[in-house]
Write a protein that binds this ligand. Structure first.
Ligand SMILES: Nc1ncnc2c1ncn2[C@@H]1O[C@H](COP(=O)(O)OP(=O)(O)OP(=O)(O)O)[C@@H](O)[C@H]1O
Length: 266
């Protein structure tokens, strides 16, 4: 292995809530599913607000598991995750729900409700904060909700398609609507799990460009997983790599080349 060793492994300081907003601090994390062996252990890193980070590693390395830990969907076997300075292990149900409300999630498949309009689909992103019919049908949404949804669609360049049915969109357009849905609640973080994996190369590039622009313009912390090493190096400022149950790589994207990253897949 000729990988850059993980660095920046520091215990997060107890910063005031406002300054820690948008940060992710992971310290000495170990996770297992049930009674299985640990997926990884000793994982530590700190992500600043507004950073764009690619999480890479072979199938089964634990990328999705790591995202789930950051969302408090899995309790670690060891270590701690802090989101915006809050140790998520210590949060009650309500506080955890509020914290999850600050994370916009984009999956590999967009999961749009295809029979509804693009605008209604984006409004679904407000469901946690505004449960009610306005989060399902754009005709029933308040003008504020609709304005926010239209702003989110403008950010992904699809405002002109707001009233189109979602089943009339291309795969790339659908994924951009999913990004708008993730943005509409004004998240501090965006987590994207292989967001371009089901798209053709051109649509994949377009979606990654949208992510990058949105993260930069809104200073949202972006963490995406990918098997596309060119995407990792082009669209992230920093690359984290899981290999053999540990964090084997933590380096600025500009210091890396795709050839060196292939060691993570041996
Ligand atoms: N619900 C589960 N129950 C038991 N084991 C699981 C569960 N989910 C994932 N695993 C196991 O945990 C390990 C890590 O899986 P994970 O999905 O996090 O990897 P990944 O890096 O995201 O993989 P991929 O690139 O294939 O999506 C794998 O060995 C997987 O089989």
């Amino acid at each position: 292995m000729t990988l850059t060793l993980a660095h920046g492994v520091e215990t997060p300081k107890l910063a005031a809530r406002s300054t820690a907003e948008g940060q992710i601090s992971v310290r000495d994390l170990a996770v297992r599913h049930g009674s299985n062996p640990v997926v990884f252990s000793g994982v530590s890193f700190h992500i600043e607000r507004g950073e764009t980070v690619a999480l890479i590693g072979a199938n089964g390395a634990g990328k999705s598991t790591l995202l789930k830990c950051c969302l408090g969907l899995m309790a670690p076997a060891n270590g701690e995750v802090r989101m915006s300075g809050q140790p998520i292990g210590g949060l009650g149900t309500g506080a955890l729900r509020r914290l999850r409300g600050t994370v916009g999630f984009v999956a590999q498949r967009h999961n749009l409700v295809v029979r509804l309009s693009v605008l209604s689909n984006v409004l679904h992103g407000t469901l946690a904060a505004n449960p009610g019919p306005g989060a399902w049908l754009h005709a029933l949404a308040s003008s504020t909700q609709r304005e926010r949804a239209m702003e989110a669609l403008e950010r992904v360049g699809l405002a002109h398609l707001a009233l189109k049915r979602a089943d009339q969109l291309s795969g790339g357009q659908s994924q951009r609507v999913a990004i708008a849905r993730a943005l509409v609640g004004g998240p501090r973080f965006i987590f994207a799990d292989e967001p371009a994996a089901s798209l053709d190369p051109a649509a994949g590039e377009e979606v990654m460009q949208v992510f990058m622009r949105v993260a930069r313009d809104t200073r949202t912390t972006l963490v995406f997983t990918t098997h596309n090493l060119d995407h990792a190096l082009t669209y992230a400022e920093r690359v984290l790599g899981l290999y053999e149950r540990r964090l084997a790589l933590d380096a600025p994207a500009v210091s890396l080349q795709t050839g060196g990253l292939r060691d993570l897949y041996n």
